[in-house]
Design a binder for this molecule. Structure first.
Ligand SMILES: O=C(O)c1ccccc1NCC(=O)[C@H](O)[C@H](O)COP(=O)(O)O
Length: 209
């Protein structure tokens, strides 16, 4: 299977172009004002509008007010939402768009419960759980606990992926998609073209096994 690739934390037009040229399927835009990767909706719109077709634009929100989420989605022209906070299934559904629900790994309980809870999610995004940080941590979690083939929904693997470890991650988890942000950056919100290229190459190497 061809693993889908999402590059998250895009703030600049040139990084979007690099990601697409490298072969990314989706771009992530962080609309959480507390993040160093926060992008103004107006800027995100400028990046999204000229994009080639068949590239998915994903807006990341963290416990944001529902009206603002809808407003940003419409203004920017988002295809999908990613809920990264404590949003309930009803809140996610109410946005009226396809969505991913992020789950922090390493906490209590069976993460597979989330698949049953967020039945309308297009996928569950597994991210690292780090005290005091909401995401984009650059930290991995214990992949041996997860086999995506055993989950009833598409799994998006995130959390500390890099060009150096994504091959191993694919072999361990078999996710539907991978999501990377800090692992392909030179600074928060600034992507490194060489790292993006290598990341995509390593995913394709994993797919070929
Ligand atoms: O990127 C952020 O700053 C951020 C802030 C708050 C919530 C989520 C955030 N990012 C999420 C992502 O970029 C990814 O979905 C995922 O967490 C992977 O991040 P990374 O470990 O840096 O690859």
């Amino acid at each position: 299977m061809r693993t889908r690739i999402k590059i998250c934390g895009i703030t600049r037009h040139e990084d979007a172009e690099t990601a697409i040229t490298a072969g990314a399927d989706a771009l992530g835009f962080v609309f959480y004002p507390g993040s160093p990767r926060y992008v103004e909706p107006k800027q995100a719109r400028e990046i999204v509008r000229p994009l080639a077709p068949f590239v998915t634009s994903v807006g990341l929100f963290l416990d944001a007010e529902a009206g603002w989420v809808r407003e940003v989605a419409e203004h920017v022209g988002l295809d999908m939402l990613q809920f990264h906070g404590q949003e309930s299934p009803a809140t996610c559904r109410a946005a009226g768009m396809p969505f991913l629900k992020a789950v922090g790994m390493g906490g209590q309980g069976d993460p597979r419960g989330y698949a049953a809870l967020y039945v309308e999610a297009s996928g569950i995004l597994l991210d690292s759980h780090a005290q005091g940080k909401a995401g984009g941590t650059g930290q991995t979690f214990d992949w041996s606990a997860i086999d995506a083939d055993a989950w009833p929904v598409p799994i998006v693997l995130a959390g500390g992926l890099t060009p150096e470890n994504v091959y191993e991650a694919l072999r361990a988890v078999h996710p539907y998609a991978v999501d990377v942000s800090s692992g392909v950056e030179s600074a928060p919100g600034i992507k490194d073209p060489a790292k993006i290229m290598r990341f995509v190459e390593e995913v394709r190497r994993g797919d070929a096994q």
